[in-house]
Design a protein around this ligand. Structure first.
Ligand SMILES: *Cc1c(COP(=O)(O)O)cnc(C)c1O
Length: 371
């Protein structure tokens, strides 16, 4: 008989985790598809970052030596660009690592971690990983509802995550709303403003997060090189917060968390304003084009959630379900993101691609709807 007291068992909160589902790039038959499922930059990576990456990889000791554990030069370049104190910048293995560090540093078993429904999928995993209870506040028509978030705060709340703009909905909470949320939070809560898409915003859309992180003791913003900078493969993110928060996060981060070639590429990417501007302008143009195209299908039950990101969340409320459109798009060669696991079985999230991809996608959606 098996002695169950001696069976190796994961912690119960670990068993409760549904693993992160990455955006797919191939169909069930393995056929490569046009990948519009992971919000990557359709223009690829800027030439400057590619050159710096190649040079770093070509060094004789490129593979044998550990990378700079402190990402010192990268932090200096980020600090100069944004007018920040380099000592208060922390680099991460993608901003995902920083999101996990926030939960691991400030929450544990019995604590609560709060975010908005249809928030970024990593938040639930980060909360459960440390044994905390993930708490979802209701959205307001897919957007962040500050009142609902504030109403869900309890004395056990330790961390509040806000992706702004949000993935997978694309919605942006205004500077006033973010300030109101911060003002309503207890001071022993860490407010994490996840700004993975901030480079896609116009100056007028700035949510004030960086200013809060500069001036408040309990706010961290996180940014990534994965999206507009086109460096998703190298896993580079950064965060900015008070010196106390940063030194606490450093206690548990992995020592060599950003690769050498990744640091070099990111340093070059920060300086390549031309590429960032071209990417932002391309996105704005084709996001608005695709939104107009799809909104013209309103009488077929298609609804577009207003987006500040490099993707659209599109609701299919007519005769043809989101799942059917998803499958028909795959047959037509396009992979987008269907999100039943995130409570959105009636919606598809689609990344803005190149001009050809975007035009092709719009045509494929019409065909999928038989119009
Ligand atoms: C893509 C994304 C991230 C970041 O990812 P990394 O590649 O880990 O830097 C973080 N938050 C949101 C909301 C995202 O969509």
């Amino acid at each position: 008989m098996t002695d169950t007291t001696q069976m190796l068992t994961p912690k119960p909160w670990i068993s409760g985790i549904a693993p992160y589902v990455p955006g797919k790039s191939a169909g069930a038959d393995g056929r490569p598809l046009i990948k519009l499922s992971a919000n990557e930059n359709p223009l690829g990576t800027g030439e400057k970052a590619r050159a710096a990456f190649a040079a770093a990889q070509a060094a004789p000791d490129a593979l044998s030596r550990y990378p700079d554990p402190g990402s010192v030069e990268l932090r200096a370049v980020i600090a100069a660009k944004f007018g920040l104190d380099p000592a208060r910048i922390i680099c991460g293995n993608g901003s995902d690592e920083l999101l996990h560090l926030a939960a691991g540093t400030y929450a544990g078993v019995g604590d609560e971690i709060l975010y908005v429904r249809y928030g970024f999928a990593v938040y639930e995993i980060a909360a459960r990983r440390v044994g905390a209870v993930p708490v979802e506040a209701d959205d307001r028509d897919y957007a962040t509802d500050v009142d609902a978030l504030l109403a869900a705060v309890t004395e056990r709340t330790r961390v509040v995550y806000l992706a702004n703009p949000n993935n997978p909905t694309g919605t942006l909470a205004s500077k006033d709303e973010v300030a109101r949320l911060y003002a309503g939070l207890p001071k022993d809560v860490l407010f994490v403003i996840d700004q993975a898409y901030s480079e896609y915003l116009t100056d007028a859309e700035d949510d004030g997060g960086l200013e809060l992180a500069k001036t408040q003791p309990n706010v961290i913003i996180t940014r990534t090189f994965s999206k507009i900078h086109g460096l998703a493969a190298e896993r580079i993110g950064w965060g900015y917060a008070s010196a106390d928060v940063i030194s606490a996060l450093h206690r548990i981060r992995l020592p060599f968390n950003v690769t050498r070639a990744g640091q070099a590429a990111a340093i070059a990417a920060i300086g390549d304003e031309e590429f960032v501007t071209a990417s932002r302008e391309h996105n704005a143009k084709w996001r608005s084009w695709l939104a107009d195209e799809l909104e013209s299908l309103g009488n077929h039950g298609v609804r577009v959630v207003p987006s500040a990101c490099n993707f659209l969340l599109v609701l299919f409320e007519g005769d043809v379900s989101a799942e059917t459109v998803y499958n028909r798009l795959m047959e037509a060669g396009y992979i987008v993101r269907w999100l039943p696991g995130q409570g959105l079985p009636g919606a598809l999230r689609m990344t803005i691609g190149t001009e050809d991809e975007t035009r092709g996608l719009a045509a494929a959606i019409r065909a999928a709807l038989n119009v």
